[in-house]
Design a protein around this ligand. Structure first.
Ligand code: DON
Length: 584
C-alpha cells in the first residue's frame, strides 16, 4: 500500500506519541517512579512541560548536531556506543572548536549492557619542564600565563584516550570512526549563527594568535553561511586515522605541534608527548535512594563531589520541595561542604593520596550532614575569591541500540583554550594548566580556591570538575547518561539534573530546563540563575543568611534518559545554536 508523505508523518508522530514519556501514574518500568509536572518560578526563561527528542533505538546528545550525527552514522553502520562516542569526540574537534578538541583532554565513563563499567582518564598532564611557581610574578602574584598563550598548555590526552577507549570497548577501527570527522574537516561545514557569535565574542582573545587568518578573514568572524574547510585539521586527523595515536604522540602531528609550540615560547616537548598515557580507573560507584551512579574518580573531582553531595542529601528521608528556600539551602549547604573537601583534598592520585573511600562513604556523609543547620547558613572561612562565567567544555551522552552507554566530558578549558591555534596542525591548544592551584590559596579562573594538593608538578594531572555520570534505576537498568561543561558548576549542574529526575520526578526536558543553583564554598555565595528563584524563596534564603548572587546561566548539560519505548535526549537549552541530539 502506498501512503502519502503526510500520512506517513502523521502515523510516525502517532507511534512516537504512544511510546513517549509515561503519563501521570505510569512508570518507566518497575522500580522507576512516574514523572511529575513541575512549575518554574514566574519569569523563568524556560517553560516547563516541553518535549525532548526521542529515539526508539538509540540517542546521542551533544552540543553540536553534526557531531551527534557522526555518532548516529556510526551506530547505523553497526557500531556500538563507544564507537559512536569516539566518532562524536573527533567530530566535535572539527565542528565545535570552542571546546571540542584533539588539543585537550577529558574523561569517559562507560557502562556496557552486560554490566561492565569502566572509566578512562585522558586528562592533560603538566609538561616535564613545568614547576610549582611557573605562573607567579616576582611578587608572588599569579600571572595570566596559565590561561592565555603558549605556556598555558598541558600535554593533550584526547587522542590517546579516545583511541584507548575504542580499542578496549569499541568494535570498529579508529579509521572507521574518524571518517565523519575527516569529512567534516576536509569538505567543510556551513557556519551557523552560533559558531559565528561564539567567534565574535572571542575576537579579542583569538586575534592575538595565529587563528586570526582562519577564523577572522578580513578581521571579522567567519560570516554565517560560509563553507568552512579545515585542511590542516583534516590532514592531522587523517594521519591519526591511518597511523593511530602514534601520529600524535610520536609522529608527524606531534612533531609539528612541538615545533609550533616552541616557536611561540611554549615548554611542551616531544618527550612530553611520548610519555603521555591515558589511565583506566575504577569508576566511583555511588548510590542514592536505591539508584546506582557510576562517575569519574580523580584526576577529576566530579564523581567524588557528586557522590558526597548526594550522600549528604540522602540522610534526609526526603528533600524539601523543589523551588523552595529550604531545598536551595540544603542543596547549597551540601555543595559548600563537598567543595571544601574537593578544594583541599582532591588531586592527581599518582601524586597525592586521596581518601576516596572515606569521602564517598555514607558514614562520612552522616557526619557532614550533621553540620548543616536547616535554620541558618554556615559560613565558609572568608577569602576574596571571585567567580567567572564559563560554559566552554563540552559533554556528550550516548546510548546505543543494545543499551551500552557512554558519558564523556572533554575540554580545552577556556573557550578556544589558550587562544593558541596551531596553523600547521589545525587545532587550538588547551589552557588546562590553570586548573592547578597555580598559586595555592588564591582563586583561579573559576574563582576556585585550591591548595597544595593540587599544586603544579611535572607529569601531574590538574584536578578537574568534569563529572560524566551514568545512573541505573533501582532494578539496575540504565536510566540516565549525563554530564556538563561549566568549570566547577559541572558538579552542581550534573547533580541537579540527577536530583530533578530522582527526587523531583521531573521529565528530562523539565530536569534540564529547571533553574539551577551553585555553591563552591568560596566565594561564600549562593549563585542562582537570573529569574531562577521565586520572591518567597529568595526572601527565605536571605533571612537565614545566604548571600545570593544572580548570574546569567549555570553550566551546559547534555543528557539521555530511558523512557517507555526508547530514549529521550536533551541538549542544553541554555546553549546557543541548534543543539545536538541525533537518534533513531
Ligand atoms: O576540568 C575542569 O574542571 C575545567 N577545565 C572545565 C572547564 C570548563 O568547563 C570550561 N567552561 N566553563
Amino acid at each position: 500500500m502506498r501512503r502519502s508523505r503526510s500520512t506517513l508523518v502523521a502515523l510516525s508522530l502517532l507511534a512516537a506519541a504512544c511510546s513517549r514519556t509515561p503519563g501521570p501514574g505510569e512508570s518507566l518500568g518497575a522500580g522507576v517512579p512516574a514523572r511529575e509536572a513541575v512549575s518554574f518560578p514566574a519569569g523563568w526563561r524556560f517553560p516547563s512541560g516541553q518535549e525532548a527528542a526521542f529515539g526508539r533505538e538509540f540517542m546521542i546528545a551533544s552540543n553540536e548536531r553534526r557531531a551527534s550525527d557522526a555518532g548516529n552514522e556510526i551506530i547505523r553502520a553497526g557500531g556500538n556506543a563507544v564507537d559512536a562516542a569516539v566518532a562524536v569526540g573527533f567530530a566535535l574537534a572539527v565542528t565545535y572548536p570552542v571546546a571540542g578538541n584533539i588539543g585537550g583532554g577529558g574523561f569517559m565513563v562507560i557502562r556496557m549492557a552486560d554490566g561492565r563499567a569502566a572509566a578512562i582518564d585522558y586528562r592533560e598532564v603538566a609538561p616535564l619542564a613545568a614547576h610549582r611557581d611557573m605562573y607567579l610574578d616576582a611578587s608572588g602574584n599569579p600571572t595570566n600565563e596559565s590561561i592565555v598563550g603558549y605556556r598555558a598548555s598541558g600535554v593533550p590526552g584526547a587522542v590517546a584516550g579516545m583511541a584507548e577507549a575504542l580499542a578496549k570497548y569499541g568494535t570498529m577501527t579508529l579509521s572507521q570512526v574518524m571518517q565523519p570527522a575527516i569529512r567534516l574537516a576536509r569538505d567543510g561545514f556551513v557556519v551557523d549563527s552560533a559558531f559565528h557569535l561564539s567567534l565574535a565574542s572571542s575576537r579579542d582573545y583569538l586575534m592575538r594568535f595565529d587563528g586570526k587568518a582562519m577564523f577572522y578573514p578580513n578581521g571579522q568572524p567567519l560570516p554565517v553561511g560560509t563553507l568552512f574547510r579545515q585542511p590542516a585539521l583534516a590532514r592531522s586527523l587523517s594521519y591519526i586515522a591511518s597511523q593511530g595515536p602514534k601520529a600524535f604522540y610520536d609522529g608527524p602531528v606531534g612533531d609539528s605541534l612541538v615545533a609550533a609550540m616552541a616557536r611561540g615560547g611554549g615548554i611542551l616537548t616531544r618527550e612530553d608527548l611520548r610519555r603521555y598515557r591515558p589511565e583506566w580507573r575504577t569508576p566511583i560507584r555511588g548510590s542514592y535512594r536505591g539508584y546506582t551512579l557510576y562517575s569519574m574518580p580523580p584526576a577529576s573531582s566530579g564523581g567524588i563531589s557528586v557522590t558526597e553531595t548526594l550522600n549528604m542529601l540522602e540522610t534526609w528521608p526526603q528533600v524539601p520541595r523543589w523551588g523552595t528556600a529550604q531545598y536551595a539551602h540544603l542543596l547549597g549547604s551540601a555543595y559548600q561542604r563537598a567543595f571544601i573537601d574537593r578544594n583541599a583534598k582532591l588531586a592527581d592520585p599518582a601524586f597525592v593520596s586521596v581518601p576516596i573511600d572515606e569521602l564517598t562513604s555514607k558514614a562520612y556523609a552522616q557526619k557532614l550532614a550533621k553540620t548543616i543547620d536547616l535554620a541558618r547558613k554556615t559560613p565558609t572561612p572568608p577569602n576574596g575569591a571571585q567567580i567567572a562565567d564559563g560554559m566552554h567544555t563540552t559533554h556528550y551522552s550516548v546510548v546505543d541500540n543494545k543499551g551500552n552507554a557512554v558519558a564523556t566530558t572533554t575540554t580545552i578549558n577556556n573557550g578556544y583554550g589558550s587562544a593558541v591555534y596551531l596553523t600547521n596542525v589545525g587545532f587550538f591548544m588547551n589552557d588546562e594548566m590553570d586548573d592547578f592551584a597555580t598559586a595555592p590559596g588564591k582563586p583561579n579562573m573559576f574563582g576556585l580556591v585550591q591548595y597544595e594538593a593540587n599544586a603544579i608538578a611535572p607529569g601531574k594531572r590538574m584536578l578537574s570538575a568534569m563529572s560524566p555520570t551514568i545512573v541505573l534505576d533501582p532494578r539496575g537498568e540504565l536510566l540516565l547518561v549525563v554530564g556538563a561543561a561549566g568549570g566547577p558548576r559541572i558538579i552542581t549542574a550534573t547533580s541537579q539534573v540527577i536530583l530533578n529526575v530522582i527526587d523531583h520526578r521531573m521529565s528530562l526536558a523539565d530536569a534540564m530546563r529547571a533553574p539551577r543553583i551553585h555553591h563552591q564554598a568560596l566565594p561564600d555565595t549562593l549563585m542562582v540563575e537570573n529569574g531562577g528563584l521565586s520572591p518567597e524563596a529568595e526572601a527565605g534564603l536571605r533571612a537565614i543568611g545566604h548571600a545570593i548572587r544572580y548570574i546569567p546561566g549555570i553550566a551546559n548539560v547534555n543528557a539521555v534518559m530511558r523512557v517507555r519505548g526508547g530514549w529521550e535526549g536533551v541538549s542544553e537549552p541554555r546553549a546557543t545554536g541548534t543543539g545536538g541530539t541525533s537518534a533513531r
